[in-house]
Ligand binder design. Structure first.
Ligand SMILES: [Zn+2]
Length: 152
């Protein structure tokens, strides 16, 4: 059944986040994709592609948040600890981040350039303040800010 708002929401698995309450949504209106961090992985692209091609969604709302568990470790430390315990390094990355705004900006940029998403895809990124539950939109054009902050 196609979601009536033609929208997919990507967000963190954090147990404090009620996606439907956050956006005032009802059952049947959106697809909800959740993982640790609400980050863009190959599997998120897989689900978004199916959501778009088979169930006619176009808008993507990406929501990451303050106080996220993914800001409490680094990718290297996590992989190293797993490798020490299991003897194997995981083939995937954790996508750990320090600043959710930077992470949202990167993931929005990645979605906008993904070759498998529909050309008419509209992507908006937000950081949710986990204390106040206020959504702060990471605005279009912030990509330039990110590019500008990289020393050339
Ligand atoms: Zn989180």
């Amino acid at each position: 059944m196609p979601p009536s708002l033609h929208t997919a929401v990507v967000t963190c698995m954090d147990s404090r986040i009620d996606v439907f309450a956050l956006f005032g949504l009802k059952i049947g209106e959106v697809h909800v994709l959740r993982n640790a961090g609400g980050v863009i992985t190959d599997d998120v692209i897989r689900s978004l592609s199916i959501s778009q091609r088979m169930l006619d969604t176009r808008d993507v709302l990406l929501v990451q948040h303050s106080g996220c568990g993914l800001a409490t470790f680094t990718d290297d430390d996590f992989s190293e600890a797993l490798a020490e315990e299991t003897g194997m390094r995981p083939p995937w990355r954790t996508h750990a981040f320090r600043d959710p705004r930077v992470s949202v900006r990167r993931d929005v940029a990645q979605l906008r350039h993904d070759p498998f998403l529909h050309p008419d895809t509209r992507v908006r990124g937000f950081v949710l303040d986990i204390e106040s539950f206020v959504l702060d939109e990471v605005l279009i054009g912030d990509e330039d800010e990110l590019r500008g902050s990289v020393p050339s």
